[in-house]
Design a protein around this ligand. Structure first.
Ligand code: NAD
Ligand code: UDP
Length: 315
């Protein structure tokens, strides 16, 4: 395969750093752009000496003038506590950031990939969620800056595609976990593992009967590249995730089991608009990309626990 120069926005974040690694391993040049809001230099530290890797501090709500052959747009905080910290900036990152990246792709006439989210389905009344479901989103609630920002970004991608014939790829990512999640980013897998390893109470919001379907990061990144490299008429949106569904209480029990922790479960109030259930219908990804997850929760958790164990040991 020919080597390409690829821009990854949000490249110093959890998913972005794994994507940069995968693209470098495939022989591409990577320009990683990040404002380090939730990303960390340590996520890409091991790539800094790589001849084909370049790191640029930049906020994508401002225009970016670079020359690349392909763009992956991942920049946006993904954890509820982080995207709700400065909700106006979250919307700006999704919407103005998308406009800037689409404008760049249009000038360069290159393909652009958007990291959208299962949050576009809101608190879904259709289960599991196929791409054809329009969603059930509260446009005024605390999650709206993220959900509506991502929905508007999808609209922009499809309008650039129709209006300017831009090549687009839109993926809807379901809950993903793995090494390099931020230890304090508040997402459930990192929270539970860190709490279990420290012997602190495991904080279950609500009664823990809400469900999520957790995808291991390596599987997800395989889905990204499969979509990006697929024929131009496959534009998405396409769900990528692991359809195995668990209650949050089951997740807590499994983390306690795998860490051998003595942590106890504590129950805290459920945040506003917290979706009650979530599971991807991945039949489109299977049919169009030949993609499906291969790493199940137990194996993925063991790898993630090993990462946090080492991280906490360094602290
Ligand atoms: P993350 O917070 O680890 O990474 C986001 C990265 O974007 C960070 O490095 C952050 O510093 C950077 N960033 C934020 N605002 C920016 C801006 N204005 N300009 C430049 N950089 C900026 O989160 P993640 O889990 O790696 O998520 C990556 C993408 O995938 C996001 O777009 C997110 O919405 C999407 N996503 C992730 C999940 C998941 O489960 N991890 C689920 C659905 C969607
Ligand atoms: N959650 C929890 N305890 C925590 C963190 C999260 O019970 O310490 C719950 C949260 O209320 C939600 C689920 O776990 O129902 C997934 O939360 P996360 O923030 O990881 O992602 P999202 O809600 O965006 O799917």
């Amino acid at each position: 395969m020919e080597s390409r120069r690829i821009l990854v926005t949000g490249g110093a974040g959890f998913l972005g750093s794994h994507l940069c690694e995968r693209l470098l391993a495939a022989g591409h040049e990577v320009l990683c752009v990040d404002n380090f809001f939730t990303g960390q230099r340590r996520n890409v530290h091991h790539l800094l000496d790589h001849n084909n890797f370049e790191l640029l501090r930049h906020d994508i709500t401002f225009p970016l003038f670079v020359e690349v052959d392909e763009i992956y747009n991942l920049a946006c905080p993904a954890s509820p506590i982080h995207y709700q910290f400065d909700p106006v900036q979250t919307t700006k990152t999704s919407v103005i950031g998308a406009i800037n990246m689409l404008g760049l792709a249009k000038r360069l006439k290159v393909k652009v990939f958007q990291a959208s989210t299962s949050e576009v389905y809101g608190d879904p009344s259709v289960h599991p969620q196929p791409e054809s479901y329009w969603g059930n989103v509260n446009p005024l609630g605390p999650r709206a800056c993220y959900d509506e920002g991502k929905r508007c970004a999808e609209t922009l991608f499809f309008d650039y595609h129709r209006q300017h014939r831009l090549k687009i790829k839109v993926v809807r990512i379901f809950n993903t976990y793995g090494p390099r999640m931020h230890a304090r980013d508040g997402r459930v897998v990192s929270n539970f593992i860190v709490q279990a390893l420290k012997g602190e109470p495991i904080t279950i919001y609500g009664e823990g009967q809400q469900t999520r379907s957790f995808c291991y990061v390596d599987d997800l990144i395989g889905g990204f590249t499969a979509l990006m490299d697929s024929p131009d008429d496959i534009v998405g949106p396409i769900n990528i995730g692991n359809p195995n569904e668990f209650t949050i209480r089951q997740l807590a029990e499994q983390v306690i089991d795998l860490t051998g922790s003595s942590s106890k479960l504590v129950f805290e109030p459920l945040p506003a608009d917290d979706p009650k259930q979530r599971r991807p219908d991945i039949s489109a990804a299977e049919r169009l990309l030949g993609w499906g997850p291969t790493i199940q929760l137990r194996e993925g958790l063991l790898r993630t626990i090993a990462y946090f164990d080492e991280l906490l040991g360094e602290a």
